[in-house]
Design a protein around this ligand. Structure first.
Ligand code: GDP
Length: 331
């Protein structure tokens, strides 16, 4: 039953003033649009429910609101909109005067929190590609300060806002979305544990579990993430997808050239190996390791199969629990 399933999809709302960059973010992250093409996007003037769930593991919707939406308009059904929402991403254009945006943020958080106190509030300080580092830090500090002051004025000092510096011109937007999505995955600690076990038993330095379509990483091992490794792994996914689109065989039952046989190996000239393995229809594991450790590929492949089994079980359990919930009258 698709409507029942819909209820379980963690939903992300994307909000912010007009021209703050919402449609661009959505197109770049979920529809592979190149950043330069967003210059020609038409402004949003209605709620856009973008359902990417058929192609992506991360089941969520992005609702793009026009900037000037009026919460007090009776046709704005805030119970439905905020009620089922897991995270609210509020986009602020850092290249513009942000006072209006901050007012709007306060209004939005107040309204949303009243309907649903479980929402995670995420503020994207966006378009920071045009700012120098000092100014970037200064705007983040200033926006953080003003936003939390505004909330305190509204009696909501206990509501937590998270801040991210983002731009569609580099990987920061994917990184930020990864963090947002990870908070909505209840199995995250289990996934991290499995990744830790995998890397320590296989001589791997870093491993990411990717949602292939969006290049969001839904989990990684507990060693720190450096941007460069993440970018390398993103690039690897692009290469694999491009190659399989050009040379892959697609039969009529498959919508994607990415399937259970997908795997790929890239050796860099600094002695590093990038290794990609398909986990299921939506997810791929991408690892970074030293070339000498890759000589034991048999061990790595065996460990990978155990890892894949474990992941499958984790998500089967999730589906079973959800079916039980659906069956119970308490919902
Ligand atoms: P929306 O009305 O919030 O949906 O905003 P749009 O997505 O239409 O974006 C408005 C303008 O901002 C477009 O011209 C985009 O190219 C530009 N834009 C979006 N994101 C960025 C960014 O990260 N950096 C820069 N420099 N421009 C951006």
């Amino acid at each position: 039953n698709s409507s029942l399933q819909d209820d379980h999809k963690p939903r992300i709302l994307l909000m912010g003033l007009r021209r703050s960059g919402k449609s661009s973010i959505q197109k770049v992250v979920f529809h592979k649009m190149s950043p330069n093409e967003t210059l020609f996007l038409e402004s949003t003037n209605k709620i856009v429910k973008d359902d990417i769930n058929n192609s992506s593991f991360v089941q969520f919707q992005i609702w793009d609101f026009p900037g000037q939406i009026d919460f007090f308009d009776p046709t704005f059904d805030s119970d439905t909109i905020f009620g089922g929402c897991g995270a609210l991403v509020f986009v602020i254009d850092a290249q513009d005067d942000y006072m209006d945006a901050l007012n709007k943020l306060q209004l939005t958080v107040t309204k949303a929190y009243r309907v649903n106190s479980n929402i995670k509030f995420e503020v994207f300080i966006h378009k920071v590609d045009g700012l120098n580092d000092d100014y970037k830090m200064e705007s983040q500090r200033d926006i953080h300060q003003r936003a939390t002051d505004d909330l305190a004025d509204a009696g909501l000092e206990h509501v937590h806002l998270s801040f991210h510096l983002t731009s569609i011109y580099d990987h920061s937007i994917f990184e930020a979305f990864s963090k947002v999505v990870q908070k909505l995955i209840p199995q995250l600690p289990t996934l991290e544990n499995l990744l830790n076990i995998l890397i320590s038993n296989s001589g791997i330095e870093k491993a990411f579990l990717f949602d292939v379509v969006s290049k969001i990483y839904i989990a990684t091992d507990s060693s720190p993430v450096d941007m460069q490794s993440y970018e390398l792994c993103c690039d690897m996914i692009d290469v694999v997808i491009d190659i399989s689109c050009i040379y892959g065989m697609v039969d009529e039952t498959e919508t994607s050239t990415f399937n259970s046989q997908s795997s790929s190996l890239i050796k860099l000239n600094n002695g590093t190996v990038l290794y990609l393995r398909e986990v299921n229809k939506f997810l791929a594991l991408v690892c970074i390791l030293r070339e000498e450790n890759f000589q034991k590929q048999g061990v790595i492949d065996y460990n990978f199969l155990c890892f894949r089994d474990a992941i499958t079980q984790v998500f089967e359990l999730r589906n079973k629990c959800q079916n039980l919930e659906d069956a119970s009258p308490m919902g």
